[in-house]
Ligand binder design. Sequence first.
Ligand code: TXA
Ligand code: MG
Length: 330
Amino acid sequence: MKAEPPGGAQANNIVAPTEEAISRAVELLRAGEVVGMPTETVYGLAGDGLNPAALARIFETKHRPLFDPLILHFADMAAAFDVAAQIPTVARELAQRFWPGPLTIVLRKRDIVPDLATSGLPNVAIRVPAHPVAQALLRAFGGGPLAAPSANRFGRISPTDAQAVHIELGQSIPLILDGGACAVGLESSVLYVAESPPVLLRAGGIPLEEIEAITGPVRHGAPVEDRPLAPGQLKSHYAPRKPLELVEDAANIPSRADVGWLAFGAVSRKFAGVIENVSPGSDLREAASHFFRAMRALDDNPRVSELYAAKFPAHGLGLAINERLERAAG
Ligand code: TXA
Ligand code: MG
């Protein structure tokens, strides 16, 4: 009999990322199974990106609608561009600057990419993650591709550590590679480059200013050409179970015992509720790395019945945080 950890949850599918564990993960992936994979942004639910049965398994495990396409992950740029039918110059420049790292590029796909990965769109989303465990897994898997959405149930808060993956999906996946807490903490920026100027489909781990330094001004929203469904068009997302109120000014957050405040910067006022401060020193990168963990902590705190946050400064990673807060409040 295996001992059960306190609470009865079987956490023994979380494993240290040893060579043996990576080999086991590859075996599972080759068999069409899905595994929890750490990346520098958030944890992914990885499956063989060229195997429709594995892709179906990902959608089923997350309860994700089939019209929301997946990102394909690769060990390096050469492998990633190998699934593209056309590679605009700007895509190469972006890849050289930001890969490995939290940028996803959307461009025309080749026929080898299954329709299930792209929800039938003519474009595929590709990314080269920087996390050493993701890199090790991808190399052991022949360079990729691994399709990997964030490892949460659809619409919920993204997981930034192995335990959070276990809480979200643990019962339904055989293996979670433990790569520690995610350094970036927000999902990748998603940029559509099949038209010019490029279109930012999702603000994310690379500040917009840094992207625009390479591309020039980008558009926001949906591509003109074929209007693929962008993540921003799904209204309720990143949602805690408890209601979240987003305010302009933190001074308006009510000081009640049952209020959970997701705070940023120094807090000087008296507050009767529960505070999770993502960066007392007002550092947006630090805030991003703690953002989902803090939201999850407030959501799980039995003292808290309502969450509050004030809008973050509208620059750098503050834009990506605000986008998530707006959708979590939506
Ligand atoms: O940081 C990340 O990107 C994480 C880690 C695990 O790599 N992954 C992630 O995947 O956030 P996911 O599935 O939760 O979000 C990917 C978003 C989707 O909402 C989808 O709409 C968009 O990227 N996307 C994927 N393929 C697309 C395509 N062909 N056209 C337009 N948008 C696409
Ligand atoms: Mg997601």
